[in-house]
Write a protein that binds this ligand. Structure first.
Ligand code: TRP
Length: 342
């Protein structure tokens, strides 16, 4: 078991922590941008990985309770399905470890209103949803900072859009350490080298998103091979004919990115492979590569989701391991600040 009871600072393995929100159906974009890398790090003996379903973060948007419940569980099952071994990685559910909200409050008192106001995600989201600019949406990075700092990770794999939140986490940690001594380890954002930014198949200047009203624009992680092939066939390309990266060739660039990320081939190698062949061939090859990549995940998922008892057993075990680590950090923090009885 990956229980290393002692401080992560002494473990020779690098500790990795990341969380994923339980949003509806995750896409190929989420997979290639984040989950594939979670799985790779999870299998690498150099790393000790901790991953959570960030369900608390999800309620900054109104959730239907029934759907929310199902999504939390399906996101958990998906984390298992990408090939993470719950004996090697700690995989848990954020809301089950109350230390996250507890530490979040403490950290919020060491976060300045001004610095929080500069978070671009907050600004974007509040513009997009002016009818529900709640305080949780504003203080969201403090909860994320708690998620991170409780576990003293070395690396926090995140997408580009979350980098600023890791930055503010570092600022808060440094400020806290400046007052109380070395309590938190400085985490580093880890932006995966390969992870492609996957664009919409219908409007390749937009990010692939499951909330797209056109279902042909995205591939769900759990899509069946036939669906994947069909959507790929309809992917928007351009009026040229070479399979080659080029300025303004958004559709082709996107497909090359997807194909390259899955096969490990460089853009040059892809170009050579499809020299003299048409877009039809290329799209079929991309479709097949995607379908093959996602097939075992979908099969694992179907197995996990059909055994709720086993899923519960797994998340309970993950929760417990996580809480064990989180409790130690929280206790230290509370003592440092001057609370009694810890
Ligand atoms: N905010 C992240 C996202 O929306 C999810 C997240 C929550 C997270 N807590 C985290 C990511 C801690 C990394 C570390 O993608």
């Amino acid at each position: 078991m990956c229980q290393n009871n002692n401080s992560s600072i002494e473990t020779p393995k690098k500790r990795v922590l990341s969380c994923i929100q339980p949003s509806g159906m995750l896409t190929l974009g989420n997979y290639l941008g984040a989950l594939k890398n979670f799985a790779a790090m999870g299998k690498d003996p150099e790393f000790e990985c901790i991953y959570a379903v960030a369900d608390l973060h999800a309620i900054t948007v109104r959730q239907d309770p029934k759907e929310f419940r199902a999504r939390i569980l399906s996101t958990y099952a998906l984390l298992l399905s990408i090939g993470l071994d719950p004996q090697k990685a700690i995989i848990f559910i954020q809301s089950h470890v109350p230390e996250h909200t507890q530490l979040s409050w403490v950290l919020s008192c060491y976060t300045q209103f001004g610095e929080m106001s500069r978070m671009t995600q907050f600004k974007d989201k509040s513009k997009k949803r002016p009818e529900n600019v709640n305080v949780g949406l504003f203080s969201y990075p403090d909860l994320m900072a708690a998620d991170i700092l409780l576990y003293n990770p070395d690396y926090v794999p995140v997408g580009e859009d979350q980098k600023q939140h890791v930055e503010i986490t570092r600022d808060i940690a440094a400020r806290f350490n400046g007052i109380y001594g070395d309590v938190f380890k400085m985490p580093e954002a880890y932006i995966p080298k390969v992870g492609a930014r996957v664009m919409s198949l219908q409007d390749p200047q937009k990010k692939m998103s499951k909330s797209d009203e056109n279902p042909n624009a995205y591939i769900g992680i759990l899509d069946k091979p036939e669906e994947i092939m069909r959507k790929m066939k309809r992917a928007v390309t351009d009026s040229q004919s070479t399979v080659e990266v080029g300025e303004g060739r958004y559709g082709i660039n996107n497909l090359i990115g997807i194909y390259g990320t899955i096969t490990g081939k460089t853009a040059d190698e892809v170009k050579k492979e499809f020299e003299g062949r048409g877009y039809g061939d290329f799209k079929a090859a991309v479709g097949e590569a995607v379908a093959e990549e996602l097939r075992p995940i979908r099969e694992n998922y179907e197995r996990f989701i059909s055994d709720k008892g086993e899923l519960e057993r797994l998340y309970r075990a993950g929760d417990e391991m996580a809480e064990h680590l989180a409790r130690r950090t929280l206790r230290k923090v509370m003592k440092k600040v001057g609370f009694i009885g810890f």
